[in-house]
Design a protein around this ligand. Structure first.
Ligand code: ADE
Length: 228
């Protein structure tokens, strides 16, 4: 993947994110992360992007024609065609749960577009006709998709080759295939004893086979405790 475009009403939120080390590393290696303001291309007057929901109810809904105009302007083609070329992910609390497998899929796949909703989210036709996926970062409601988009970007970008200082560190970690999808084993560092709590002896043994077996066992144990 070489490009992530984030469509949002708060592009400046991503300035901070873009400055973080792994994102800068990935950018130096060719990743282009861009935050695009939905208001800049809105076809409505006075920067309007949302409207009241048909059928009544609280809150406002981001209009489909606003998202359409932003995609058309950015990609120079019919907005409904964009998802045929690059993954277009709308962030919404009710979407498919984001997980490590999806992060892998996105990191290994092509360019990415993230659509951040606000208020009550998007008009359903954004999900149906402009997005390729609707993704949630968890069963709770955020005030918008921006933090969710950052979570997705963070989890994906750290998997890109060269984003982390140490190439190995994204391989054997929580939920990775290397650990059978289980959470990661516990880590310890100095001091070897703290308030009477010692680091497990096996980790000090220098026996890599035993250390490996101990780690896999702890990881599996944590996976069982967590449940499916
Ligand atoms: N927008 C509001 N809540 C969200 C969530 N949990 N995940 C993704 N986008 C959201």
């Amino acid at each position: 993947m070489t490009s992530i475009d984030v469509f949002t009403l708060f592009p400046s939120w991503f300035d901070w994110f873009a400055e973080q080390r792994h994102v800068r590393n990935a950018s130096a290696l060719g990743l282009e992360l861009r935050a695009i303001d939905l208001r800049e291309t809105t076809p409505l007057r006075a920067g309007q992007v949302d409207d009241t929901p048909y059928g009544g109810g609280a809150g406002m809904v981001i209009r489909v024609d606003v998202v359409e105009a932003a995609l058309r302007e950015r990609y120079g083609e019919d907005a409904a065609q964009v998802r045929g070329r690059r993954r277009v992910i709308a962030l919404a609390a009710g979407g498919r749960q984001f997980d490590d497998a999806l992060a892998d899929e996105l990191a290994e796949g092509g360019d990415l577009t993230l659509l951040c909703g606000r208020y009550e989210g998007f008009d359903e036709r954004v999900h149906e006709h402009l997005a390729s996926d609707v993704v949630s970062i968890g069963p709770y409601v955020l005030s918008g998709g921006e933090l969710a988009a950052m979570v997705v970007c963070d989890a994906v970008i750290r998997k890109l080759p060269g984003a982390l200082g140490d190439e190995e560190s994204a391989v054997e970690e929580s939920f990775s295939p290397a650990l059978g999808g289980a959470p990661e084993y516990p880590h310890y560092t100095r001091p070897v004893e703290w308030r009477g709590h010692r680091v497990p002896d096996v980790l000090l043994s220098g026996n890599h086979a035993e250390i490996g077996a101990w780690r896999r066992a702890r990881s599996a144990e944590r996976g069982e405790r967590r449940g499916p």
